[in-house]
Design a protein around this ligand. Structure first.
Ligand SMILES: [Zn+2]
Length: 105
């Protein structure tokens, strides 16, 4: 099953404290059904003061969120939508927008 959300997609968060936030998908982790979305679910990590590390102190980075908490924004109709799949004649599977039925890939 190909993943519904991929890197560089624009998504909107539909649940949790970042609900309503839009961002680009920086990373997709299909094995875990999770995605990392730019600017969403920022966590602060405390780094130990290790001389071997170039950076120390507190860093902020995005933590992965579950794909069920985001919706893809269709590039055709600009609406948050559910994603479907369609098989092309050459056997490739492409994503389609369930709102406008256009191919997203
Ligand atoms: Zn659409």
């Amino acid at each position: 099953m190909p993943s519904k959300i991929r890197r560089d997609d624009t998504v909107i968060v539909t649940a949790g404290k970042n609900k309503g936030t839009q961002g680009n998908v920086r990373r997709s982790i299909p094995d875990k059904n999770r995605v990392i979305v730019e600017g969403v679910n920022i966590i602060k990590r405390h780094l130990r003061n290790d001389p071997g590390l170039a950076q120390s102190g507190i860093v902020e980075q995005e933590a992965a969120i579950h794909v069920s908490n985001v919706q893809l924004i269709c590039t055709e109709c600009n609406e948050p939508t559910r994603v479907g799949f369609r098989s092309l004649e050459d056997g490739r599977k492409v994503r389609i927008c369930k709102k406008c039925n256009e191919t997203i890939d």
